[in-house]
Design a binder for this molecule. Structure first.
Ligand SMILES: [Fe+2]
Length: 291
């Protein structure tokens, strides 16, 4: 059996200097000071990290928004957190929109965490493929800088074309797709959606995958996407790993464990949600059989 842990959306923040608050960062900082700093708490992330480390896992996936305003200090903190979590061999990261909040930050994720986002071929490019046992992890980057009040993501034609190739290449393995933005968003999240999600879903429908995991919405979600020949692909969203309490339509902190077993054509995958309750205790949620 292979156990995959999935965490997302830490939003590690640091205090910006005045000169760093130009453009979108200024609005983001106001939002942080008014609301978000009470939601995303380092002590909550610490408790969840300790809980993950106490589990018998084979690999950890982190699906983006490790940082908050793309400040260099934040990437440094995120790097330290990743080091605590595990080695680049055992932890896989994909970036989110907050990891490339501004154009100037586009290279920061690769600079600070490149070894956690590299495929087995050793190249710095998305998507990438990592094989661990019977599991093939395919990591995409949907994080792009956007204008104020927007948090959309985009994969782009080149990435989607290579994604189709990697799904073929990894056929026969349990293919896990890692992406920050959900593959389908309701209308009310129009300014936070993946803009080329329809094309992305078409590729999944044609090529298939065994599981898709994402973050971004800070809430638990499970939808079934169309796969080839009448099959269905579970797409699972996870809450923020640092959320001190439910906030609006967002859930309190949690993560997921996936127990993966079997072989091609007869995979078994069970999801075990781990959730932090109002007393700060992390415990098992209701288990779900996904395949
Ligand atoms: Fe996000």
């Amino acid at each position: 059996m292979f156990t995959l842990a999935h965490l997302s959306d830490l939003h590690l923040a640091s205090q910006p200097r005045l000169a760093q608050l130009a453009s979108k960062r200024g609005l983001g900082f106001i939002n942080w000071q008014r609301k978000r700093k009470y939601v995303h708490r380092p002590e909550v992330l610490d408790a969840l990290t300790r809980d993950v480390k106490a589990q018998a896992f084979d690999h950890i996936a982190v699906t983006g928004d490790l940082v908050n305003l793309s400040l260099p200090d934040e990437y440094q903190r995120a790097r330290q957190w990743l080091g605590m979590l595990g080695s680049p061999h055992d932890v896989t990261v994909v970036p989110g929109n907050h990891d490339v909040y501004l154009r100037v930050a586009a290279q920061y994720p690769a600079t600070f965490w490149g070894d956690y986002m590299r495929g087995d071929d050793g190249l710095d490019r998305f998507p990438f493929l990592r094989r661990r046992g019977n599991v093939a992890l395919i990591g995409l980057s949907s994080g792009v800088p956007t204008g104020p009040f927007m948090a959309t993501g985009r994969l782009g034609q080149r990435q989607i074309a290579r994604f189709a190739e990697l799904l073929d290449q990894a056929k026969g393995s349990f293919r896990v797709v890692l992406v920050h933005h959900p593959p389908l968003s309701p209308g009310r999240r129009h300014l936070r959606r993946l803009t080329d999600a329809a094309t992305f879903r078409q590729v999944l429908a044609a090529k298939g995958a065994e599981l898709l995991i994402h973050g971004h919405d800070h809430r638990r979600a499970l939808i079934w996407l169309e796969g080839p020949h009448g099959t269905r692909i579970p797409a699972v969203g996870v809450p923020s790993a640092s959320a001190s309490a439910p906030h609006g339509d967002e859930d309190g902190a949690g993560y997921n464990l996936f127990n993966i077993d079997g072989a091609a054509g007869a995979w078994r995958c069970e999801m075990i949600p781990r959730q932090r309750n109002a007393d700060g205790i992390v415990g098992d949620g209701e288990r779900r059989t996904l395949s």
